[in-house]
Design a protein around this ligand. Structure first.
Ligand SMILES: [Zn+2]
Ligand SMILES: [Zn+2]
Length: 323
């Protein structure tokens, strides 16, 4: 228990008063230490389950096949579309933590290890929290695939440069990286950033909108519910496929500004008017108080209650073909 409080203090306590970045509504998310202790004192032990992995990915040749995606776990997806390979928020490390031996540990291994991925063209990063920007994974990726291009939020480039990672670019909201086959645009979501004691909100957070010649994909990163998704649709159009977080929301009084529950995730889908959505940010690390299996159960109900929208949770390792 005392360790847990110490870790949470390290990742949540802020020693600097001046922040750089705010959410699109002009506000900054900032929980007091008192609130943090209140959560820790009242936190319940969630029922932990080990979710099933699929080895369906072994049935295809990842290099020759095209127009598919695979959930590796947490917010990491291997996406291949129109011959372009993208990894989102890749984390292959044992823990989502600055420390080797403490901090949230994986419940399941990555569905696919880096050595099994034949080629990567782009890596997108949503924000600098340890469960999304895993610097050890980024170093390994840049060593294995020297031509990979890293797209990161404004303020995070220095983290990669310190590790001698090349081909990295940082973005403010609505800025894009354009090629003839795909345009990546960094879009606002409601969240915050922090890795150390002095860097709260000194780097940006967001989602990645990927516009291909035929249709678009969208990865929401980490977010609470906000107007950002209506803005994104109005500015960039509806993505056909959206990857939206559905876990890490309990207790809601503490989490709801920065993490959506499954019902709010469905609201995000409705705002975006995406045709198909897939849940992420659950089942991989224990970050909050909900039971491991609660997010997909609630998602199923929420999707049925919203006119049977096509929003599902899938198994890590399962191959989903883009239509
Ligand atoms: Zn986060
Ligand atoms: Zn997260």
């Amino acid at each position: 228990m005392i360790f847990r409080i110490l870790i949470v203090m390290c990742i949540s306590l802020s020693l600097d008063a001046y922040a750089n970045y705010k959410n699109s509504n002009g506000e900054e998310l900032n929980k007091s230490f008192r609130e943090l202790l209140q959560w820790q004192r009242n936190s319940k032990d969630p029922e932990i389950s080990i979710i099933d992995l699929s080895d369906e990915w072994k049935n295809i040749n990842l290099e020759e096949a095209d127009n598919y995606f695979i959930w590796i776990g947490h917010s990491s997806f291997l996406i291949k579309k129109n011959g372009i390979t993208i990894l989102t928020d890749p984390i292959f490390s044992e823990r989502a933590s600055p420390f080797k031996n403490i901090g949230p540990k994986r419940l399941i291994p990555p569905a696919i290890y880096l050595k099994d991925i034949p080629n990567i063209d782009y890596v997108t990063i949503s924000h600098n929290h340890y469960d999304h920007l895993d610097i050890d994974s980024l170093v390994k990726i840049s060593n294995h695939y020297p031509d990979v291009i890293f797209l990161v939020p404004a303020g995070d480039l220095k983290l990669l440069e310190r590790k001698k990672i090349e081909n990295a670019y940082q973005f403010n909201w609505w800025e894009s990286y354009e090629t003839k086959d795909v345009t990546f645009t960094f879009t606002p979501v409601q969240h915050w950033s922090k890795r150390g004691l002095f860097d709260r909100n000194k780097s940006l957070w967001g989602g990645w909108y990927m516009k291909f010649n035929d249709y678009s994909l969208y990865h929401a990163g980490d977010t609470g519910y906000s107007n950002d998704f209506i803005d994104t649709k109005n500015r960039l159009g509806s993505p056909k496929y959206a990857f939206i977080p559905i876990g890490a929301y309990d207790p809601e009084w503490f989490m709801q500004n920065s993490h959506v529950n499954p019902e709010d995730a469905v609201k995000i889908m409705l705002d975006l008017e995406s045709e198909y959505s897939f849940g992420m940010h659950w089942g991989t690390f224990v970050l909050t108080d909900e039971d491991t299996l609660e997010p997909p159960k609630r998602l199923k109900k929420a999707a049925i209650n919203s006119n049977n929208v096509k929003f599902q949770s899938i198994k890590p390792g399962q191959v989903i073909k883009f239509k």
